[in-house]
Design a protein. Sequence first.
Length: 241
Amino acid sequence: MCSRDKLTHFLVRLAPYRNGERKSDGVVIAFVDVTGMVHAEERQNVLIAELQHRTRNLLTVIQSIAQQTLQQDVALETFNSRLAALGRLQGLIGEADGNLIDLGDIVKLEFDAVGVTGSDRIVLGGPVVPLGFRNVQMIALVLHELTTNAVKHGALKDNAARLEVRWKVEPNGHDAASLVIDWIESGVSVSPESSKTGFGRQLIEKALRFTLRARTKLAFGPDGVSCHIEIPLPSASSHDA
């Protein structure tokens, strides 16, 4: 609660008052002044919002420098798309309620960006999975790379193909669990190229394993790409999200 002028904040605690016979004989009301904590949290929220704003501005500046410095070709287009993906994520982080972001929001954000969420050929589904800021950037980049590849070469380019993106949380002993993400393309008329080792493939096969201790399997089937990812999640007793 706060004072009428809303300048002072209190935490109210109620406890039973027990007499000498250990019987309840009233209520003890304690008021703890938490004004400093409330103001500190407000300042922190302002600083976080300012940081997110400056990060998005910095990404815009980098994009502008790249456009004025580098030759207009496919490489520049790819670079700009990756910066745009990071910018969208920063916007999502800035709007987050607390320090967690739902994986479903990250998936939806990426598919909205390419304008294909309304297709009946695309199935997206999974439970609410709150992720900490430490995980979301790498996962968002991986989803961006898979989506971009599907738009250029795979299921999001071929009108006869299908794409299924599923995720779930599986227990892996004690109070620990893993986030499991499956990306499955099918019905692609042209077999995917498996010999190239670009940024997206390195991100999945190396960076994810190194940064998030993930287990990954990227496969190039005759009718599309499939990707299986398992990422250990913090235990229920851990504060590291």
